[in-house]
Design a protein around this ligand. Structure first.
Ligand SMILES: NC(=O)c1ccc[n+]([C@@H]2O[C@H](COP(=O)([O-])OP(=O)(O)OC[C@H]3O[C@@H](n4cnc5c(N)ncnc54)[C@H](O)[C@@H]3O)[C@@H](O)[C@H]2O)c1
Length: 358
């Protein structure tokens, strides 16, 4: 048990409700203290948890002083909400995407660092015990030197998903909405992405935003990577449909990340390491070692880490900067797909994207 921590949730929609539940599940020393949302469903959620309801962050801060705030508001509100938290001196966990664009994210990160207020980004997969075990194995050299990584992210979003017009327009699409989580995992497991070459297509739905993208990556230490993402392919190979993080997606027992090294390969989310038993050779049999990991809802682990950061015990596992870095990669993908050129990532704010505390 640590010092009791009170957390307010701003945005009582789909994800805000999951955060409220995760706070309840996080332990007796962490409590939900308020719901912030301008619409009546916010009041209903506040009633359900027996906490005060506020229509805005200003109203929250004028009457209460939570230890932390979760911003589960629409993307366009993230920067404004984060700035309000920074001004109030209150640490915030900002849902992904950290901001709508790189410029806005840089402004927020710079303001937080100047004010000394901790920010986290809601790339919750870093908090999944299986990802943390994968990183520990890679660091321990379980597959030798990492040479290449591959991410498959094929999903099928049904027609009704696109009835909301914004989902058909630039600013939506599977790269920005979904793949940004995979990019953060790649940063965590393989280090900073330096160069991107991307092609996009929307040949089926013909919406202005992409439905499929193929992306080639170069990481800082020479590791190469490929990503194949689509929201118009019926397939079992995506994090959403394999990792069992969210019960909304019926799971398959398939693989979606492959990490290849000089002495073996790691498949995720199955957490199996493939190696030759003796001599390394394509003529020798390959054996799979099943690694184990703790279980637990990454959202709950994320809340516990947020509380530890608030208490000053830990650095954010996924900081505001990490959210900014994932946005930079998305931005580079868009630029490369538009220009047909390989795009190098510019990092005016020195980056630390691998999760090691600064
Ligand atoms: N981490 C994840 O896996 C994940 C998954 C889905 C969505 N998200 C992100 O979470 C955020 C919310 O997504 P959602 O699907 O819950 O959206 P939603 O539309 O279901 O809910 C958003 C809520 O925010 C409220 N809101 C709007 N303006 C507000 C303001 N100024 N202050 C407080 N509340 C305000 C709305 O009334 C609504 O209730 C988005 O940024 C989204 O990208 C993250």
């Amino acid at each position: 048990m640590g010092r009791p921590i009170s957390i307010a949730v701003a945005g009582a929609g789909l994800v805000g409700k999951r955060h409220a539940e995760a706070i309840r599940a996080a332990g007796a020393d962490i409590g939900l203290c308020a719901i912030v949302d301008p619409v009546p469903s916010g009041e209903a959620l506040a009633e359900q948890y027996g906490v005060p309801w506020h229509r805005s962050l200003d109203a929250l801060f004028s009457g209460e002083h939570p230890d932390g705030v979760i911003l589960a508001t629409p993307n366009q509100m993230h920067s404004e909400g984060a700035m309000a938290c920074i001004t109030a001196g209150i640490p915030a966990l900002v849902e992904k995407p950290f901001a709508v664009d790189v410029g806005a994210a840089e402004t927020v990160v710079a303001a937080a660092e100047k004010a000394g207020v901790a920010l986290l980004t809601g790339h919750h997969r870093r908090h999944n015990p299986l990802i943390r075990r994968a990183r520990a194995e890679l660091e321990a050299g379980a597959i030798g030197r990492v040479i290449s990584v591959h991410v498959n992210a094929w999903l099928y979003k049904p027609e009704e998903y696109f009835e909301a017009g914004w989902r058909r327009e630039p600013g939506a699409g599977p790269v920005f909405l979904n793949l940004i989580h995979d990019i953060d995992v790649l940063h965590y497991l393989a280090g900073a992405i330096e160069t991107v070459y991307a092609m996009v297509s929307s040949s089926v739905r013909k919406n202005p935003v992409e439905e499929t993208s193929v992306i080639a990556l170069r990481f800082a230490d020479g590791v190469l990577g490929t990503i194949n993402v689509s929201d118009t392919i019926v397939a079992p190979w995506s994090w959403e449909t394999t990792a069992r993080e969210n019960p909304a997606y019926p799971p398959t027992n398939q693989v979606c990340y492959m990490i290849g090294g000089t002495h073996g390969s790691l498949e995720l989310p199955g957490l199996r390491v493939w190696r030759n038993r003796g001599k390394r050779s394509w003529w020798e049999p390959l054996c799979a070692e099943q690694l184990t990991h703790d279980f637990g809802d990454p959202l709950v682990h994320q809340i516990r880490q947020f509380a530890s950061v608030i208490r000053g015990e830990e650095m954010p596992l996924c900081s505001g900067r990490d959210g900014l870095e994932a946005l930079r990669v998305v931005d580079a993908v868009k630029k490369s797909a538009t220009t047909g050129q390989t795009t190098s990532l510019q990092r005016p704010l020195a980056a630390n994207v691998s999760g090691t505390p600064n």
